[in-house]
Design a protein around this ligand. Structure first.
Ligand SMILES: *[C@@H]1O[C@H](CO)[C@@H](O)[C@H](O)[C@H]1NC(C)=O
Ligand SMILES: *[C@@H]1O[C@H](CO)[C@@H](O)[C@H](O)[C@H]1NC(C)=O
Ligand SMILES: *[C@@H]1O[C@H](CO)[C@@H](O)[C@H](O)[C@H]1NC(C)=O
Length: 982
């Protein structure tokens, strides 16, 4: 009992204490609520005013989570110092910090905003709001105490006010903007006025800056060397700023610098300095710049480096072995440079490495087996190099590996089965892997019997196709590229254990003969590439129900039609449809209204051009329907869908009517090819709106018009082909107005009805042909190479007496063809100004007088045809000095005298001179005696073609058959381009 008494009195005691404690705490809190707010009423009022200046609107798009911080302001607590995002000075109670980042603020940032009355602010963050493209107010200089100012990604637009540079206390300044790199023409929102001055002032005034981020600000200027003296800098981020000139290498040497990012400044030059030991660099990113030179051995001194990204630049030399000293490195990207040699084995020391990307270089040697020591490795990209040998058998020990690409090398041997046991793999790219045997697959032993060897191209040394099921063990696989490897998909049935999570599949050139059925279930599939197979029959309509599908490449198969109802499928979002070079017949089916890239050339499509092309919300970028049999007129409705059209190719169909006057809004249009149709009438007036136009080809139609002088205002027009139409009238303006066409390099008006004479100064001011202003620039092809698709214009021209296909138009190529008209009078003496002319054809006109001796100035001339005129006098002897002149025809004139002594003249056929009774000389006799078959030139062998300084031509003969010729030229072009690069 005593015990129990005791215990009850104890519990009473406890209760008393609890009560007491409770009242004390009550007392304390009552007392606290009696103390005055730390917040000053005036500061509170300013904040409440600020709150009303913006609406609250949840942003879409950002992955960052936003919530409206200001919404709760003033609701429960009157002490503004407790409000979300507000910091007060602990003694004075003035608002010194405001963090309204990601706060869903929406609306114009007014120049008189109450914000600028918070004079005690030292830290202000307004990042990730939407100020609806208003300018940055210049009032920021009111906030003289600011140390941190962050306006990142807040949809501000216009020039950054120079007043910001008066904030000399700034330690951190973030003005970075943002545009999606996928937007077709990313225009930067923010810019600066007089950038060199602004940047120098910045470096001088903001000496305390530790962080500067001006990414996505249009700077378009050099970085001044003063930046090297910003000795407090820890991070400098200038991504996509259109920087130019040479980057001051002193910046890399700032001892405190930890992070420097200069990505996407494609013309920014620079090189890496000799790095010292006392540095703090952790992040060094130069993705897509023009930085060049080697990676110095001293890179090994960057002991803190975590991210080294030098991709898509111009670096060369070997990968230094000192790279292995970067023991903290987790990401290494050297992709798309000119690195040579082997990967040093020292990379085996990079124990922290997660991502290793050396793709698209000229690296040699075996698979870098040192990588197998790196247990954290998740990404290996070796694609597009010259690696040889086979994949190492123990690659399976890389248990964290998610992405492996070895495409585009010369790997041989078996694809090891242990690769198929790395369950973490999400991306596997084995394109062009040369399977010499399939030993590795024996364990999985699932290949079907070979049926037809004849389809297998020489590249493959494999005797039977690989069963796609062997990859079914890789459950995480999202990307699978097997181009060039013979595949069998037959064993994949609906109940097989095959991943249904693919986003990207590439089975190009895999000898597939049927549409792989398993694709039907690939609900996440975005990209499907099945080109260069032997798929026959119909395109299944279940493809259009794959709602994620964006890119579909079925080119170079034997498909003949479309299954199903041929009605656009509402859920289809296909943007790129490539049906080139199949056996399609009948009408063209366009499955989706979001088509941006439509390639349907070289089939046998008939009927009218589908009006559904005009049905979409947006404008297509490329339409290529060439080499089909489309009838009827060109749909005029296309005119309202041309705002982003870059290429329109309707070549070689049976289209009739006139070319519609539909180009009013075609500001992006670079190439129009409507050649080889039955178009009549005049050229439309709206063509003058195509300010980006580079190529206009209306060859072989029935267009009845005068020469389009009005197009001379097109500043970019490079190629104008009017051949074989009913053009008539004169080739110059009788008021003597300047010819114009500042970029014109190829003009072909042959086989029309042009007449009149050409004044002697006619070729004055043909600037693009008279001087080679692109000499310093690499020759390139006219065409469209956006993110994923390359598309080039082609043209057929007379050269060296035959029609030739120029599959791609090199920007340095020049030609003038006036042949087959009725032009009379003298050949203008000014022709000699065209120093960069390669091909001149004035044949089959009525030219009289002498051959101008100024022709001897055209040192680039390769092909000269003056035949079938009424030219008289001698061939100017100086023409014999033209060493590049390979082909000459002056036949059927009234020339006299002897043939020039130059070897080029002596090499010609007799037929080049015939029909000139007055031409004589011992050499002519020799020429005409030696050649046994004067009528035809000996064919130029490909060897010769390559040795000569010639361009990408293939003789098509007069029977022009585009479908046949096109493919062949590519080989030449690659070679030529390669040589031009060197
Ligand atoms: C700022 O100016 C606008 C008009 O220019 C006015 O409507 C607004 O009330 C002003 N705001 C403040 C905070 O003074
Ligand atoms: C600016 O604010 C954003 C959002 O809070 C943040 O991610 C970024 O790092 C800040 N910038 C700097 C330079 O601190
Ligand atoms: C071109 O058009 C004009 C006027 O319409 C016509 O008189 C002429 O005959 C046409 N020329 C040809 C070659 O068809």
């Amino acid at each position: 009992m005593i015990g129990s008494n005791y215990s009850s009195s104890f519990s009473f005691f406890l209760r008393a204490i609890v009560l007491l404690l409770f009242s004390i705490s009550n007392f304390v809190s009552t007392f606290a609520s009696l103390t005055p707010d730390l917040c000053h009423p005036d500061q509170r009022d300013i904040l409440l005013e600020l709150k009303t200046e913006f609406k609250i609107q949840k942003p879409d798009g950002y992955s960052i989570t936003s919530y409206p911080k200001t919404e709760s302001w003033g609701n429960s607590s009157t002490d503004c110092c407790n409000w979300d995002g507000v910091t007060c000075h602990t003694e004075s109670g003035k608002v010194i910090g405001l963090d309204l980042s990601c706060s869903c603020l929406h609306g114009q940032f007014q120049p008189n905003s109450s914000l600028f009355r918070l004079k005690h602010l030292t830290s202000l963050n307004l990042a990730y709001n939407n100020f609806t493209l208003s300018p940055i107010p210049d009032k920021f200089y009111n906030l003289m105490l600011l140390k941190t100012l962050n306006l990142s990604r807040s949809s501000l637009k216009g020039q950054i006010p120079r007043e910001i540079l008066q904030l000399t206390n700034l330690v951190s300044l973030d003005l970075s903007s943002y545009v999606s790199i996928y937007s077709p023409s990313p225009s930067l929102l923010l810019s600066i006025k007089n950038p060199p001055f602004f940047l120098r002032l910045l470096a001088r005034n903001l000496r305390n800056l530790t962080a500067l981020d001006m990414s996505y600000v249009n700077i378009s200027s050099e970085i001044p060397h003063e930046f090297s003296y910003m000795l407090s800098l820890r991070s400098l981020h200038l991504e996509r700023c259109s920087l130019v000139g040479e980057f001051p290498s002193g910046v890399f040497m700032i001892p405190s610098l930890q992070s420097i990012i200069l990505d996407y400044n494609p013309v920014l030059r620079g090189s890496l300095p000799v790095f010292h030991r006392n540095n703090s660099l952790q992040v060094l990113r130069l993705w897509e710049t023009s930085f060049s030179g080697i990676i110095p051995d001293s890179i090994g001194n960057l002991k803190h480096l975590v991210d080294l990204t030098l991709a898509y630049s111009n670096f060369s030399g070997r990968i230094p072995s000192s790279l292995g000293e970067l023991s903290n490195l987790s990401s290494l990207s050297l992709s798309s440079n000119h690195f040579t040699g082997e990967v040093p084995s020292s990379i085996g020391n990079l124990k922290q490495l997660i991502s290793f990307d050396v793709s698209s270089n000229q690296l040699t040697g075996n698979f870098p087996s040192a990588l197998l020591n790196l247990t954290k490795l998740s990404v290996i990209f070796l694609d597009s190099n010259q690696f040889t040998g086979s994949l190492p058998p123990n690659i399976g020990q890389l248990s964290k590996l998610e992405s492996l690409s070895v495409s585009g090398n010369s790997f041989t041997g078996a694809v090891p089965s242990y690769l198929l046991q790395i369950s973490s793999l999400t991306e596997l790219e084995l394109d062009d892997y040369q399977l010499s045997d399939l030993v590795g697959f024996e364990n999985v032993s699932l290949f079907s019997n070979l049926q037809d060897l004849s389809f297998i191209s020489n590249n493959f040394r494999v005797s039977s196709p690989v069963d796609l099921n062997v990859f079914s063990s890789l459950k995480q696989l999202v990307v699978l590229y097997l181009s060039g490897i013979p595949l069998s998909t037959a064993n994949i049935t609906s109940d097989s254990d095959f991943s249904s999570k693919f986003q990207s599949l590439s089975f190009s050139g895999c000898n597939i003969t049927e549409f792989p059925e398993f694709i039907r279930d690939q609900r996440n599939l975005k990209y499907l590439y099945l080109s260069n197979n032997n798929i026959k029959g119909q395109v299944p309509d279940w493809l259009w129900r794959l709602q994620e599908l964006q890119d579909l490449d079925l080119s170079h198969n034997s498909l003949s039609g479309f299954d199903g109802s041929l009605k656009a499928v509402p859920g289809s979002h296909i943007q790129m449809l490539d049906l080139r070079s199949n056996a399609f017949q009948g009408r063209l089916f366009i499955p989706s209204t979001s088509i941006a890239y439509l390639f349907a050339s070289s089939n046998n499509f008939t009927g009218e051009i589908p009006r559904s092309l005009c049905g979409g919300q947006s404008s297509p970028t490329i339409i290529d329907l060439s080499n089909n049999n489309f009838h009827g007129s060109i749909p005029r409705c296309l005119g309202s869908h041309m705002s982003s059209l870059a290429d329109l190719n309707l070549r070689n169909n049976s289209l009739s009517g006139s070319l519609p006057d539909m180009f009013m809004h075609a500001y992006e249009l670079e190439s129009i090819d409507v050649s080889h149709n039955r178009l009549e009438g005049e050229l439309p007036a709206s063509l003058t709106s195509c300010s980006a136009l580079e190529v206009l080809n209306v060859e072989s139609n029935e267009i009845n018009d005068t020469f389009p002088f009005q197009l001379s205002s097109l500043q970019k027009l490079h190629v104008l082909v009017l051949r074989s139409n009913k053009f008539h009238g004169k080739l110059y303006q009788s008021d003597g107005a300047w010819f114009g066409f500042p970029q014109l390099k190829i003009i072909d008006v042959s086989n029309n009805d042009f007449l009149g004479t050409l004044p002697s100064d006619y070729f004055l001011n043909w600037t693009a042909i008279s001087s080679n202003e692109d000499k310093d620039r690499q020759p390139h092809y006219i065409g469209n190479s956006s993110l994923n698709y390359r598309y080039y214009s082609s043209v057929v021209l007379m050269n060296k007496g035959v029609l030739m296909v120029m599959e791609r138009i090199l920007t340095v190529y020049t030609a003038i063809d006036f042949s087959g008209n009725r032009i009379h009078g003298q050949v203008p003496e000014s022709i000699g100004l065209l120093k960069e002319l390669h091909v001149l054809n004035l044949s089959s006109n009525a030219f009289t007088g002498y051959i101008p001796s100024s022709l001897a100035n055209i040192t680039a001339l390769e092909s000269l045809d003056l035949s079938q005129n009424m030219l008289s006098g001698e061939i100017p002897p100086k023409l014999g000095d033209l060493s590049s002149l390979e082909w000459i025809n002056v036949s059927h004139n009234q020339l006299v005298g002897s043939i020039p002594q130059g070897t080029q003249f002596q090499r010609q056929n007799c037929s080049s001179y015939e029909g000139n009774p007055g031409l004589f000389g011992p050499s002519l006799k020799d020429i005409c005696r030696e050649k046994t078959s004067p009528e035809s030139e000996p064919p130029v062998s490909s060897e010769e073609e390559e040795e000569e300084e010639s361009f990408s031509w293939v003789a098509a003969g007069l029977g022009f058959a585009p479908g046949l010729v096109f493919g062949f030229t590519i080989g030449y072009i690659k070679k030529n381009l390669g040589r031009n690069k060197n």
